[in-house]
Design a protein around this ligand. Structure first.
Ligand code: HEM
Length: 159
C-alpha cells in the first residue's frame, strides 16, 4: 500500500497527540485483554512491556508518525510472523476490535467523528486481515510496507 499524503491536513498521528496518547490507548486495551477470558489465552502470563511498546510503535507508524516499527522491529514481515497460526476466531476478532474502540475512550483520544471513523476503519481492516492471515494454511501477502492510514472520505471539515 502506498502512503496517503493529504496536503494541508495533520496526520492522524499528529491529531491523536503523538506517541504518548497512543501508548495510553494500547495500555488500556491490553489491560482489558488481560482481564478477558476470550483474549487472554493469546498472552499467557500477561502482555509484556516489550509487546505494548512494539504495538504502540506499529500504530504510530500506521497513523503517519515515526517509522520506528519498520526501522527497529522488523516491519510488516515481523508483524505477520507474530500472527501466523494463531487461528483467531471471528468472535475473538470482534472482541479485539471492540476493546480497542473502548480503549480509545479510556485513553481520552480525540473523540471527534472524523478521527474516530478513521482509526476504526483501520482497526476493522487490520483485525480482519490479521484474523485471515492467522488461519492455519493461510497464504498472506509475504512482503509489504507497513500501511499508512489517512483521513479517507471524511477529513476535518474546511468550509
Ligand atoms: C489492527 C489489528 C492488529 C494490529 C495492529 C496488531 C499488531 C500487532 C503487532 C505489531 C504485533 C507484533 C509485536 C512485536 O513486534 O513484538 C502483534 C503480535 C501479536 N498479536 Fe496482533 N495485531 C492486530 C490484531 C490482532 C488480533 C485480532 C489478535 C488476536 C485476537 C492479535 C494477537 C496477537 C498476538 C498473540 C501477537 C504475538 C505476541 C507475541 O508472541 O509476542 N493481534 N500484533
Amino acid at each position: 500500500m502506498s502512503g496517503v499524503h493529504e496536503p494541508g491536513l495533520p496526520t492522524l498521528y499528529e491529531w491523536a497527540g503523538g506517541t504518548e496518547p497512543l501508548r495510553r490507548m494500547i495500555d488500556a486495551f491490553y489491560d482489558r485483554v488481560e482481564a478477558d477470558e476470550a483474549l487472554s489465552v493469546f498472552f499467557p502470563g500477561g502482555v509484556s512491556e516489550r509487546h505494548r511498546a512494539h504495538v504502540t510503535d506499529w500504530w504510530a507508524e500506521v497513523l503517519g508518525g515515526p517509522v520506528t516499527y519498520t526501522e527497529r522491529h522488523g516491519g510488516y514481515e515481523a508483524m505477520l510472523g507474530h500472527h501466523r497460526d494463531l487461528a483467531i476466531t471471528p468472535a475473538q476478532r470482534h472482541r479485539f476490535a471492540a476493546f480497542m474502540s473502548l480503549a480509545a475512550d479510556d485513553a481520552e483520544l480525540p473523540a471527534d467523528p472524523e478521527f474516530r471513523a478513521a482509526i476504526i476503519g483501520y482497526l476493522e481492516w487490520g483485525t480482519r486481515l490479521a484474523a485471515e492471515n492467522s488461519q492455519v494454511g493461510a497464504t498472506p501477502v509475504e512482503h509489504a510496507p507497513v500501511p499508512r492510514w489517512g483521513w479517507g472520505v471524511a477529513p476535518p471539515y474546511r468550509g
